[in-house]
Ligand binder design. Structure first.
Ligand SMILES: [Zn+2]
Length: 281
């Protein structure tokens, strides 16, 4: 331990400042999206088996819903620009802009240089959860995804159905990329239905059993054409452990909906970020 300076209390008492105040962040027209959703017809669905991942495609202006059809299950979600896999979900910046957990009205932002909304959350049946007494919340952008490398580091063993590997296999199967190529496109996730936080005393990342039950869902409005991949985490509800075959796991359902003709009049898919990219050179 280092010696605290004489003015330690005064330094600690400095109030925090929000890094990215949302008053200058462009806000979605949530009411328009929700009205459009009310007109939408189902187009397609993908059922993701436990300890596997599945890919799905959503056009700009369509809605996709992720649900737990049979029981509590955490999902690890990746999104890419359907026409350019180098533009992908930017978990870290989404966290900086919206906070550690996402809810209705929050966006999934894409990587540099595009940095634009890929999807906007328009409904969440777990919106009631808020924060629990441990500081736990749902749908985090802090956990990166369970993966076989960290598993090997911590346990020494091999496990092939971590979300990272599930996403890699699914993306390879969908695109025809090799496993090695596909793996490079897999990125930090939105942890759908997962309940997580940081312990107050040690600041460690924690998880606890998801409050999701059969029928719970979250819905997203696609801002650009998307390729998505969703892994049904081997941790099941993530109440005990992940990266093993011990937890009870359930499938996840992805459904895609098309709003009625004219329901999105006035809406335009967001262009890539307008920064010049000169970087001052
Ligand atoms: Zn996982």
């Amino acid at each position: 331990m280092t010696q605290a300076p004489d003015d330690a209390a005064r330094r600690r008492a400095v109030p925090p400042v929000i890094c990215y105040p949302n008053d200058t962040l462009p806000q979605p027209d949530l009411a328009l999206y929700q009205r459009a959703r009310a007109t939408a017809q189902k187009l397609a669905q993908v059922l993701v088996s436990p300890r596997q991942a599945g890919c799905f495609r959503v056009r700009a202006g369509q809605v996709f819903r992720i649900s737990c059809p049979e029981g509590s299950q955490v999902g690890d979600l990746n999104l890419w620009n359907a026409d350019d896999l180098s533009e992908r979900f930017f978990s870290g910046k989404s966290r900086a802009l919206h906070g550690s957990h996402l809810g209705v009205g929050d966006r999934m932002w894409s990587s540099f240089p595009a940095l634009r909304p890929m999807a906007t959350i328009i409904a969440d049946s777990l919106g009631w959860y808020g924060a629990d007494e441990f500081g736990g919340r749902v749908h985090d952008v802090i956990g990166t995804r369970c993966d076989p490398y960290t598993h090997r580091l911590l346990s020494g063993g091999e496990y092939h159905h971590c979300c990272h590997s599930n996403l890699t296999r699914a993306l390879a199967a969908e695109t025809g990329l090799t496993l090695e190529q596909a793996e490079g496109h897999v990125h930090d996730v939105l942890n759908v239905f997962m309940c997580t936080g940081f312990t107050r005393d040690t600041g460690q990342y924690f998880m606890k059993a998801s409050p999701a039950r059969a029928g719970d869902f979250i819905e997203f409005f696609a801002e650009i054409d998307l390729l998505g991949a969703l892994s049904a985490c081997p941790g099941g509800d993530c109440g005990a452990e992940h990266s093993s075959d011990a937890a009870q796991c359930h499938p996840l359902l992805v459904e895609v909906f098309q709003p009625a003709e004219g329901a999105l009049d006035g809406w335009v898919s967001p262009p890539p970020n307008g920064y010049s990219r000169s970087h001052g050179a």
